[in-house]
Each structure stands twice: as C-alpha cells, then as structure tokens.
Write a protein that binds this ligand. Structure first.
Ligand SMILES: Cc1ncc(COP(=O)(O)O)c(C=O)c1O
Length: 420
C-alpha cells in the first residue's frame, strides 16, 4: 500500500507507459528432430549474435543475450525514453515473474546490480560483533570473499575458510562443521564454485545451518540459469546471483533473495526513495515490507525487464534440459580429453558435484599461455584460472555451445599442448 502511495505521488500509472509484458511469448522456440531431447542446438546458437567462427566458452564470466531478449529490452527502453519515464511501476509484475523463476515469493526478491552487490548487502547488513565468525570456501570468487574482507576490516569479523571437497557431499558438510565455533554466525558457500565448478550440496548445508541456528547465504552467481534453482527447497536464508552470466539477461541485472521471515534480521546497507517511507524529517525510515527495502533510487527498468524476459525464455526451453545439455557437453569434453597426454582435470569426477564447467591444466605450459593460444590460434574464449595458484583454464558449456564446438576445442587443446 505504502509503495503505491509513493509511486502515485510521482504521478506514475496514469500514463499507461509500457503496460504490455512480453514474457517470451514472441520468441520462436527452436524445436527440431536433431539434438538433445528435441532441441536443435545449432538453431539455439543462431538466436545469439556471436561473431561467426568465434567459439565462446565463458558463460561463467559473462553470458551473451539472445537477440530476442535484447530486442524486448530495447523496445521497452525506447518506449520509456519517448515519455521520459522511469517505468518503475513495471517492476512489480517483473518481481512476480523473477520470484516464480526461483520458486520465491515476489516479496523475497530485490533487484540489485550484480551478485557482488547482493553478497555485500548480506555481509554488511547482518548484526555482527567484532570476533563473530563467518565460514566460506577458499575458492570463493572476489565477489563473494571481498564483501567479507571489508567486514573484517570495518567490523572485525573473523573469516574462516574451508577447502571445497570435489568428490564428496558429506565431505563438504564435514569440512564446514569442523570449523564451527561458539562465535560462528554465518555460513556462505558458492552454489557452484567459480574456479573448478564444484556443485556444493546446499540443501545438506542448509539443514546443518538450521540445526546450528546459523545464517546461511548462498552465492549463486554460477547457478542461476545453469541449473534450475528452487529457493524455497534449498532452505538457505539468502541467495545472491547475476542475470548476466548463465541466464542470458542484460548486464547489471543482479538479484538478492531473502526469506520473508529473515528480513528483519538483515538491515539495509543503503536506503533512499523506494526503500520505504519517511513521514517527517528527521525521523525513522519505515521500510517497505519485503525485499524491496534493500533497493533505492532510480533504476534501469528496461534492463530488469530483460532479466525476466531471459528467464521466461529459459523456462520455455526447459531449465532441466539446459542443465542436461551443459552436463552432456562437459562429459563429451572430458571423454575427448582423456587421450590427450599431460592434461589434468580439476573439476569433480562425481556427477553429483559436477556442473556445466570443466577446469583443466597442463604441466607443459602456464595457464596464461594455454588461454592465449586458444584465443589467438583457434578463436576460442575460455577463462584463465589464477585463483589459489590453480594455474588452469575453465571451460563453460551453455545453450549456444554445440557438440561441434566441443570437438573443435578438444582438438585445439591437444594441438596447443603438443606444440608447447
Ligand atoms: C561465485 C561468484 N560470485 C560472485 C561473482 C561476481 O559476479 P558479478 O560480477 O555479477 O558481481 C562471480 C563471477 O564470476 C562468481 O563466480
């Protein structure tokens, strides 16, 4: 109600700006006889604007958008530009749509810039005292670790790290359990780790955290869009992600999900218009009920609309089918590389902990050389992995990658290693 009051005070809603959701109904779905489970992956690839001949294997870093998603985003941006309106009232149906994608309540969805910002809101917003402890994995991406190092600097929070176990679900829970002390307040894990693509057992860790009364935050920058994510079933308190990796949404489309009954325990780290109401100045902010309280200021509505549009497209394709395609390409890659000498695969062998990413290295050349060789000699883009001295490259396999891409990549890796 209060939110409406604020929007009405700006005169929105009366103009009828951008009232027509697209939700992917206009997107042609490339069904075909060939390909996995009835989808023609070459036709899917043709829906993206990747440069012909360029083979892109870095969705874990940044994902391309479907041409149709960009068209829908651009159309709304043009419509809003013509009236010079923010279109903020459009965000409410978008919030519903994004909530549905994650099996979360719309009131659990906050729109932020990226996963790093979402992680920062959790690290900065929990009531922690000097000496309180947070546990997260040693493979955390800077977007997951820096927010906590900032809290270590500013509030004296103590950071404890566990080495993720690439082969055992129980091993990961045990490694976390062994670090818990009476001062532990928060456990954070990457749903899928960035350097080597380990799918950590979040449901089991959530059950452990609930028993211990610990806040459980999941950094899902690598999971949304790669695998189906069910926020309600996962059992965590909060979940952070980016739309601009695996979902195929425009850049700067981050999402923070916070359980309804935990929102009072997570304070805002920034506040302004759209965070709540303020009757008199000076006076207390009356935060909006729901995760909208973590938002503030003017937004790029068209971009956020593009996020929901990309999600609708993924649902239309089948999210389990997308995950399966990635896993199958990784299995093909692993099998094809088995005969290449001097090659070590760092990603999990156990399919329960595997993902759509494969991380590999060779003693024949440093990671930077292999990365550059693939790029310069074969027009292939992977991701160099320098973290933790891993000295490796990471391959991401997503919907626009095909079996042919993977076969060419296997040949290219073999050639680069042979010529080293
Ligand atoms: C696990 C993890 N967390 C956070 C991030 C940062 O994402 P963003 O740049 O969208 O903030 C990444 C990016 O690769 C990541 O892999």
């Amino acid at each position: 109600m209060k939110r409406k009051t604020f929007l009405q005070s700006l005169g929105l809603g009366a103009l009828g700006v951008g009232t027509r959701p697209l939700w992917a109904e206009t997107l042609p779905l490339p069904l075909g006889e060939a390909g996995t489970a009835g989808l023609d992956w070459e036709a899917v690839k043709a829906g993206f604007d990747l440069k012909p001949g360029y083979r892109y294997f870095n969705s874990g870093g940044l994902g391309p958008s479907l041409r149709a998603v960009r068209a829908a985003t651009d159309a709304l941006a043009a419509e809003l530009e013509a009236f010079v309106e923010t279109g903020h009232e459009r965000l409410e149906p978008v919030r519903e749509r994004v909530g549905a994608y994650f099996n979360a309540d719309a009131a659990e969805v906050a729109f932020v810039r990226n996963a790093t910002e979402a992680n920062g809101i959790v690290a900065g917003g929990l009531a922690l005292q000097p000496g309180d402890e947070v546990i997260f994995e040693s493979h955390a991406h800077p977007g997951g670790s820096f927010p906590w190092m900032l809290q270590a600097e500013r509030r004296g929070v103590a950071v404890r790290l566990f080495e993720p176990d690439p082969e055992s679900v129980a091993g990961n829970v045990e490694r976390i359990r062994s670090l818990v002390t009476p001062r532990t307040r928060v456990i954070q894990v990457s749903h899928i780790t960035a350097p080597t693509g380990i799918h950590l057992p979040v449901t089991e860790i959530a059950a452990f955290c609930r028993r211990q009364g610990l806040w459980f935050h999941v950094d899902g920058a690598q999971s949304a869009g790669m695998i189906p994510v069910d926020f309600a079933a996962m059992g965590c308190d909060s979940y952070a992600t980016s739309g601009h990796k695996w979902v195929g949404a425009p850049r700067e489309t981050g999402v923070l999900l916070v359980k309804r009954d935990r929102q009072e325990d997570l304070k805002s780290v920034m506040a302004g218009a759209y965070s709540g109401e303020l009757e008199t100045l000076p006076g207390p902010i009356d935060y909006y009920p729901g995760a909208m309280r973590y938002e503030y200021g003017t937004r790029d509505t068209a971009r956020i609309f593009g996020l929901a549009e990309a999600m609708a497209w993924q649902e239309k394709m089948g999210r389990e089918r997308i995950a399966q395609h990635g896993r199958q390409l990784v299995a093909r890659l692993r099998a094809g590389l088995a005969d290449v000498p001097d090659l070590e695969i760092l990603s999990p062998r156990n399919p329960e902990l595997g993902s759509s990413m494969l991380c590999l290295r060779t003693p024949r050349m440093p990671y930077g050389e292999l990365f550059r060789g693939l790029r310069q000699n074969h027009n292939m883009r992977c991701r160099p992995v320098s973290e933790r001295g891993l000295d490796a490259v990471r391959i991401s396999c997503h919907v626009f990658n095909t079996a042919d891409d993977v076969d060419r990549l296997i040949e290219a890796i073999a050639v680069e290693i042979k010529n080293a």
